[in-house]
Design a protein around this ligand. Structure first.
Ligand code: BOM
Length: 143
C-alpha cells in the first residue's frame, strides 16, 4: 500500500545526508530523497546509485557483493507500520530487478538501474506513493 511505501521511503531517506559526501550526490542532483517518486524524475546520475548503495549499507541491507540482503531488507520494511503487507513483495521486486542488471559490474550504475526498475515496478503495482503525499508528510515531519 502506498502509505507503507511513503513511510519506508522517508525512513530510508534519513540516511541521505550521511551519504552525500561519500557519494558526491549534490543537492542540485537530488534535493531530497522523496523526489525519487516524481513522475519526471530521471535516473541519470551515477552518484545517486552510489548514494543508494551507501544508504542501503547504512541499514545493513547489502551483502559483500553489494546485492540486497534479503532478510535484513525484509526486517527493515517490517519495522514500519503495516510494513509486513509489502515486505515480501518489495524484496521480490528488488531481487527480480537485480537479476535483470546482474551483468553490470559497476555497483553504483547497477544499483541506479535497480532503483529505476524498482520504481517502475511499484508504479505498475499501484504501490508508488504520490508526490503530493510525500511532500505533505515531509513538511509535517519537519515542523
Ligand atoms: O542490488 C542492490 C540493491 C539495492 C536496492 C535498490 C533499491 C532501490 C531503493 C530506492 C528506493 C527506496 C525506497 C524505499 C526503500 C526500500 C528498501
Amino acid at each position: 500500500d502506498v502509505n507503507v511505501m511513503k513511510d519506508v521511503t522517508l525512513g530510508f531517506g534519513q540516511a541521505l545526508d550521511k551519504c552525500r559526501q561519500e557519494s558526491q550526490l549534490t543537492e542540485e542532483k537530488m534535493e531530497e530523497f522523496f523526489h525519487f517518486w516524481r513522475d519526471d524524475f530521471k535516473f541519470e546520475h551515477r552518484e545517486l546509485g552510489c548514494a543508494i548503495q551507501c544508504m542501503s549499507r547504512h541499514y545493513n541491507q547489502l551483502t559483500d557483493s553489494s546485492r540486497m540482503h534479503h532478510d535484513n531488507t525484509e526486517q527493515f520494511i517490517k519495522s514500519f507500520p503495516n510494513g509486513e503487507v509489502l515486505a515480501r513483495q518489495m524484496v521480490e521486486l528488488i531481487h527480480s530487478c537485480e537479476k535483470q542488471y546482474d551483468h553490470e559490474d559497476d555497483h553504483c550504475w547497477r544499483i541506479l538501474h535497480v532503483a529505476d526498475c524498482f520504481k517502475q515496478g511499484c508504479v505498475q503495482r499501484g504501490i508508488a506513493p504520490s508526490m503530493e503525499m510525500m511532500m505533505t508528510e515531509f513538511i509535517m515531519e519537519a515542523e
